[in-house]
Design a protein around this ligand. Structure first.
Ligand SMILES: [Zn+2]
Length: 304
């Protein structure tokens, strides 16, 4: 609906920025910034078109080791809400928030999830007892993320509350269906084939929730390189336990896993999306698409 006010805002937007009507319309909407692509999708599912959502780390980007830009700081300043995963995933976010001076509400989407300890047996120097941040790999955790995001949106924009609630309810139902779909797919795999290799330890929550075993030469962050000893240990393990498939990740250097596949003769099962979505034309443009793509890739590699 075009009211006199949006029309005026549109005209002044055009005059000031000479940017099209989309920009002018955006000026009316609340701005929310998410730290990375997966969270940005969750916010979009709940916010509908009431909110202008942006991600700091975009598709296929690595949120562990991101270097924020001055444009990111400006984006934070213009935002009402900043949604972060927390659990130490975005090591750079606190400094960026301070540097930007933003008055935005900072929402930790993982609040309330049952956390897993980071696997610290890779000699990566993780502090003992540090937490694994990849909680979104369990769909049940994402239901908590979504409720937290809904509550933050309602608090910041009460007139949109009914819409936020309705979209959340529909999305929660879709997440329940996704959770069942993953469980069914895993149940169809032979128990002795439920093991795969990935490059970094990002699937522990998936493993705990759905009972598939992931082994990774790199630790829970992509920050540390896998040591030669870690790689040799994994190669031994693949041969000894006849692990059928190794997977590349969209956020990791593919060379490590390609070398392991070559040395062991394990099947390369394609690309898993662990810490970031694909672009809009890729196989994982939303969280639900991402989980479906991963389970399909895993099922194909392990049932062949
Ligand atoms: Zn990760």
């Amino acid at each position: 609906m075009i009211t006199r006010r949006t029309l005026l805002a549109g005209l002044s937007g055009l005059a000031l920025a000479a940017s099209g009507p989309a920009r002018a319309q955006g000026a009316e909407r609340m701005r929310v910034t998410a730290t990375f692509s997966i969270l940005a999708d969750l916010v979009r599912q709940i916010a509908g078109d009431r909110v202008e959502v942006a991600a700091l780390v975009g598709p296929d980007g690595d949120g562990h080791v991101y270097s924020p830009t001055p444009a990111d700081a400006r984006r934070l300043t213009a935002s009402r809400i900043v949604v972060a995963n927390g659990l130490g995933f975005e090591g750079w976010i606190d400094r960026l928030v301070r540097a930007s001076g933003t008055k935005a509400t900072i929402v930790e989407a993982s609040r309330g999830v049952r956390t897993l300890k980071a696997a610290d047996d890779h000699g990566q120097g993780h502090a003992h007892g540090s937490v694994d941040p990849h909680a979104w790999q369990d769909v049940v955790n994402v239901k908590l993320y979504v409720a937290t995001i809904r509550d933050a949106l309602i608090k910041a924009d009460l007139p949109g509350a009914d819409g936020y609630r309705a979209r959340t309810d529909a999305y929660l139902a879709a997440l329940d269906a996704l959770d069942r779909e993953i469980r069914d797919a895993i149940a169809r795999l032979a128990p002795d084939r439920r093991r795969v290799i990935t490059s970094h330890d990002s699937f522990a929550y998936f493993e705990a929730a759905y009972g598939l075993d992931f082994v990774a030469p790199q630790g829970v962050s992509t920050e540390a390189e896998a040591s030669a000893r870690d790689v040799a240990r994994i190669i031994d393990q693949i041969r000894r336990e006849r692990i059928p498939a190794v997977f590349l990740e969209n956020v990791s250097d593919p060379r490590l896993v390609e070398r392991i596949a070559k040395d062991t003769g394990a099947v390369t099962g394609g690309r898993l999306y662990s810490d970031a979505l694909s672009g809009p034309d890729g196989p994982a443009p939303t969280y639900i698409d991402m989980m479906r793509h991963n389970i399909r890739a895993i099922s194909q590699a392990l049932s062949s």
